[in-house]
Each structure stands twice: as C-alpha cells, then as structure tokens.
Design a protein around this ligand. Structure first.
Ligand SMILES: [Zn+2]
Ligand SMILES: [Zn+2]
Length: 274
C-alpha cells in the first residue's frame, strides 16, 4: 500500500526535526514515499531557507535518499512562495507553489500568520473580505504560468483563521466564484491540488484545506489531488490522514497522484493505505 507525504518541513526552515529524524519517523509510520519541501528563499519570510542554506539542504536529502533507499523512497522538493521568483525545477524532483504573502497598498500581508494579522489584512482591503479573497485567488492563479510548479499548496489558506466563519462563509457564492475561477485555471494548467492537514495539526482548523465545497468542485472538474500533512513536527507526519482519506472518497475521487522516479502518476485510490 502507498503512503506518501510530499509536504515536509525540517530544521532547515520552520520545522522541528532534522532530515534524518523525519525519515526515521516516516519509516516507523509505514510511509513508502517522503518528499521534503523546505520554504524556498523569500525576502518577506524570516523562517524561509537562505540562499546559502540550499546546498546543505540538498546534500542532506540526497544523502538520506541513498542511505534509506531500501526502506523508503525519498524526493527532493521545495515550497516556493509565488511572490518570489520561482527558480528552475532543477535540482528538485517537485515544486509546491504557495501564496503566503500579498502586497497591498505598499504593505506586506502574511496570509498564514495570525488571527490578529488577518483582521489587519481585511482592514487593508477596505474592510471587505471579498476584495481580500479576490486578490488572494488572482495571485494564486498565477501558479498556472509557472511550468516548474507541480503542486498548489494549501489552496484556501486565507481561511486559516476563519473556522467560525467570522470573516466570511465558506459557501458564500461571491467568495466561491473567485475560488472556482482560480481552480479552473489551475486545472487547465495541469496543476495538482493538495489536501493539506497542516492547520489541523496546529489546532487552527477541524478539516483539511481546501474546504469540502471546493474539494467537491475540484472532483467535478476532474482535477488531480494528493494528500499531505505540511509537516513541521514528525509526530504529525500522518495527522488526520485516515479521516482525510474518508473525505476524499466521500467527495467521489477514485484516484490520487503519486510521485515516482518517472514523475507524477495517477493511481487508483484502492492502492493507498487507510
Ligand atoms: Zn505553506
Ligand atoms: Zn509548508
């Protein structure tokens, strides 16, 4: 059975564990595929890797790939913020494209940061959550222009602090129209959407990104998905995986994407561990 996670952070950025510790935990938890995705250099992000860290990061993962090759398949990836230049795919096996930052009225706004900061973001958009959502999804949609990017990171990240829907309803038609337009463009460009459980592990949300309404829309439009934990602590490497597999099947998906040495392959859902 396949058990895969391609969204994994380590001490090279804001994760708690070394590459080796993370690999050992993945093996203990029965993972067959583990991809690392440290935050690529980003001038707005103090916890992102620095240019000068990259050589060591790459070496460390390639060493682990060789050392553990009989136990688990390891892939070298990176999570790039689309506010930055996205470098060529080499030497990476895969690239996650995410939008953590928005620039509005000369201010750098961090979508991922805190409830307090989210309030400030909405204020910056003239107290209009729709304007924020429009800007967020129009930005995210630009991933379609980058051939280097394989996976769209945490699609509806802007809803991180909106569990109680105080900023806006998950099913508001205006909000959904922006999200759906973005999804259409990304599907047409062949991008893969992740079902991301990272905010559950950290106590912000009860369900993975994206919200079920958007997940069902992706299914209806025949978009490709994979499951990932956006792991920053090895204890959460498969956080909420069992429940998410049930959700994925309840939404009607019959396949998920798997990274192989020949690239991504669409794989029947029955082949994944529950
Ligand atoms: Zn991210
Ligand atoms: Zn991440």
């Amino acid at each position: 059975m396949i058990k895969q996670n391609l969204h994994t952070h380590s001490i090279y950025c804001d994760g708690k564990d070394s590459i080796d510790e993370m690999v050992q935990t993945a093996i203990d938890k029965g993972f067959t595929i583990l991809g690392f995705s440290g935050h690529g250099p980003c001038r707005y992000d103090s916890v992102a890797m620095k240019e000068e860290d990259l050589t060591k990061y790459i070496e460390d993962i390639l060493d682990a790939k060789e050392k553990y090759k009989d136990k688990i398949q390891i892939f070298l990836g990176i999570e790039e913020d689309i506010s930055q230049r996205i470098p060529s795919k080499k030497p990476y096996d895969f690239v996650i494209g995410s939008e953590h930052f928005l620039i509005e009225k000369g201010e750098v706004l961090n979508v991922d940061y805190s409830d307090e900061h989210t309030k400030k973001i909405v204020e910056t958009f003239d107290h209009d959550f729709h304007q924020y959502a429009k800007a967020y999804y129009e930005g995210l949609q630009k991933i379609a222009e980058y051939d280097e990017v394989d996976i769209v990171g945490h699609l509806d990240l802007l809803m991180k602090f909106n569990e109680d829907q105080k900023y806006g309803s998950f099913t508001d038609p205006v909000y959904l129209s922006y999200a759906k337009e973005c999804i259409d463009v990304l599907i047409a460009a062949g991008k893969i959407f992740e079902i991301n459980t990272g905010a559950i592990a950290r106590g912000y949300r009860k369900d993975p990104y994206p919200h079920q309404t958007l997940l069902s829309y992706i299914q209806k439009k025949k978009g490709n998905i994979l499951l990932s934990s956006d792991c920053h602590d090895r204890n959460n490497l498969d956080c909420h995986f069992k429940e998410s597999m049930e959700l994925i099947q309840a939404c009607g998906f019959d396949s998920m994407m798997v990274l192989t040495s020949e690239g991504f392959k669409k794989t029947p859902i029955e082949q994944f561990a529950r």
